[in-house]
Design a protein around this ligand. Structure first.
Ligand code: ATP
Length: 220
């Protein structure tokens, strides 16, 4: 389904969101106060405009309230990020995603109504660190303080040739298998209990972080 997005701030973060959304066939209005940045996205975004997002009149005249999603990708200027998030929510934008610089900034963004707060540098750091520490964890995404989505390579031969039912996966680990990645192209979504684990499979699991770590330990 086609949705419309507005991105405020065309740094590396906002810029890469813009390119990816366009590649996915979505409509994107790209906004930055810096004319050079806007020129860079003129031929990429659906529309690209120079505007200072701290100016409420400018946001209103761009019709910000009509967008399904607004992404606030302002980095260093924490005050601007907070003010623009507040205005977007006050205008009634249903989905506001804001980029936080640190956990205090994130707390404030949530308090004033941001629907989603992301910390790209911190999150990427966590993902890479987990991948460095464990050869079996190919990817790791913290969903909250307690829950994680992880991609775990099956290296323990005791798992191989058994169905998920035989492995008693949910009972034993408290984890749900969202998908099994088999080879470069095959992704088995929501595998049934009869699905058998074979050599070189990767399990996409979701659950409590401590349970994901327990599964990882079993693969060592
Ligand atoms: P990244 O890591 O994504 O490259 P950054 O953390 O370095 O970004 P900044 O460069 O501070 O972030 O901000 C990203 C963009 O947001 C910049 O292009 C900047 O011009 C733009 N920006 C900052 N404040 C405003 C504002 N009030 N209105 C519109 N654009 C803004």
């Amino acid at each position: 389904m086609k949705q419309n997005f507005a991105i405020i701030g065309l740094g590396r973060f906002g810029g890469s969101i813009c390119e990816t959304l366009i590649e996915a066939g979505q409509e994107v209005l790209a906004i930055d106060k810096d004319e050079d940045r806007v020129n860079e996205y003129m031929n990429i975004a659906t529309h690209a405009v120079v505007a200072n997002a701290q100016d409420e009149m400018a946001l209103r005249s761009l019709g910000l309230r009509n967008f399904d999603h607004v992404i606030i990708a302002i980095g260093e200027d924490i005050q601007a990020s907070i003010l623009v998030t507040l205005m977007a929510k006050e205008m009634g934008v249903p989905n506001v995603t804001a980029k936080a610089q640190n956990k205090y900034h994130a707390k404030v963004l949530y308090k004033i109504g941001a629907d989603r707060v992301v910390h790209p540098e911190r999150d990427m750091g966590i993902r890479i660190a987990h991948n460095l520490v464990s050869k079996n964890i190919l990817d790791y995404l913290e969903l909250s303080d307690e829950y994680t989505l992880a991609e775990v390579k099956v290296t323990n031969s005791k798992f191989i040739g058994k169905t998920l039912l035989e492995l008693n996966f949910r009972q034993r680990f408290g984890l749900n298998i969202v998908a099994i990645r088999r080879g470069p192209r095959n992704l088995i979504i929501s595998p049934s209990a009869e699905e058998m684990v074979i050599e070189n499979d990767t399990l996409l699991v979701i659950g409590a972080t401590e349970d994901v770590d327990r599964l990882d330990d079993k693969m060592k």
